[in-house]
Design a protein. Structure first.
Ligand code: FAD
Length: 310
């Protein structure tokens, strides 16, 4: 059995593991894929103190740091269920897909999130070759170029405003007949000279030359006409889905499915903490996830020293 068992091996889980292990308590980490979303990232240029690195290189560094402290690492395993301890201070059960059960006095949930895809031809092929999901991360790569944003909710409109200050032009495509973002954001967007907005626009395909994307095709859902845009990049902004399917009914989730936490990463279950993209903490970024993971581990340690075994 573990004192702390961390579920998820992205930046949040790795930071939690390092902080927990450094307290000298028995720490385990179970992850489907160590590194999490950073394994899908080409360049990382905003992890402070690291000018520039690549996703898989960053993920390998996370794993090396965790291994250095002798943490028990279980990868390629998916958690199917969490069962809370029967009494405070008791053991929670973490059930894996393969049926194995891991016991721990405290659990840190760090299962991250995934960007919702548009599911059109070319999207997968040109991922990281023009198709992007994070304006804070990849916006500067498109400086002086033409890009599109797909999605006219708050995140899409915020992304378009953000990008308009960096790139040459932004075309925003919204499937519905109007933008769904807050009026103040829509007004701001409309005031920007290098932004074009198309509503009723259904994206059909991301086009490219086999190496990188060069544009997209969309259909006007009212007139039926098809259009082609020449673009260096497209930001897909139709939602970030937290990986909490296995937790439904176990603890409190927001209406978006995020784990609700307080400032100390407590969830609604005693002895269960959460950190990173899977939680209600705003701004889904590596450095934020890592900071939250550290905080969750310190809170778990605090819980362990204050809660005697039953
Ligand atoms: P994740 O990285 O999502 O890790 C989740 C972990 O949980 C993984 O190990 C996963 O395998 C595991 N897991 C999930 N479900 C289960 C389960 N049921 N059982 C077991 N394990 C499970 N941020 C930046 O700061 N800078 C960037 O440049 C940047 N670029 C990005 C580019 C792309 C393409 C993407 C997708 C994201 C980018 N981000 C960037 C965002 C950043 O990657 C995330 O904010 C960060 O990885 C979140 O860390 P996390 O640990 O909370 O979750």
């Amino acid at each position: 059995p573990y004192e702390v068992l961390i579920i998820g091996g992205g930046p949040a889980g790795a930071a939690a593991a390092v902080y927990a292990a450094r307290k000298g308590i028995r720490t385990g980490i179970v992850a489907e894929r160590f590194g999490g979303q950073t394994m899908d990232t080409l360049g990382i240029e905003n992890f402070i103190s690291v000018l520039e690195t690549e996703g898989p290189k960053f993920a390998a560094a996370l794993e090396a740091h965790v291994r250095h402290y002798g943490v028990d690492i279980i990868t390629l395993q998916r958690v199917a269920k969490l069962e809370a301890a029967a009494q405070p201070g008791g053991y929670a059960s973490v059930v894996l897909d393969n049926g194995a059960v891991l016991k721990a006095r405290s659990v840190i949930l760090a299962t991250g999130a995934r960007w919702r895809n548009i599911n059109v031809p070319g999207e997968q092929e040109y991922k990281t070759k023009g198709v992007a999901y994070c304006p804070h991360c990849d916006g500067p790569l498109f400086k002086g170029k033409d890009v599109a944003v797909i999605g006219g909710g708050n995140s899409g409109v915020e992304a378009a405003i953000d990008l308009a200050g960096v790139v040459k032009s932004v075309t925003l495509l919204e499937f519905a007949d109007q933008l769904r973002a807050d009026a103040v954001l829509v007004d701001k967007l409309k005031s920007m000279p290098n932004v074009t907005i198309h509503t009723n626009a259904q994206t059909l395909e991301v086009t490219g030359d086999g190496q990188k994307m060069n544009g997209l095709r969309y259909k006007d859902r009212v007139g039926g006409a098809e259009h082609k845009l020449d673009l260096a990049g497209v930001f897909v902004q139709i939602g970030l889905v937290p990986n909490t399917e296995f937790l439904k009914g176990t603890l409190e989730l927001s209406k978006f499915g995020e784990i609700i936490i307080d400032a100390k990463c407590h969830t609604s279950l005693a002895g269960v903490f959460a950190a990173g993209d899977v939680t209600t903490v705003p701004y889904k970024q590596i450095i934020i996830a890592a900071g939250e993971g550290s905080k969750a581990a310190l809170s778990a340690f605090d819980y362990l020293i204050r809660t005697p075994a039953p």
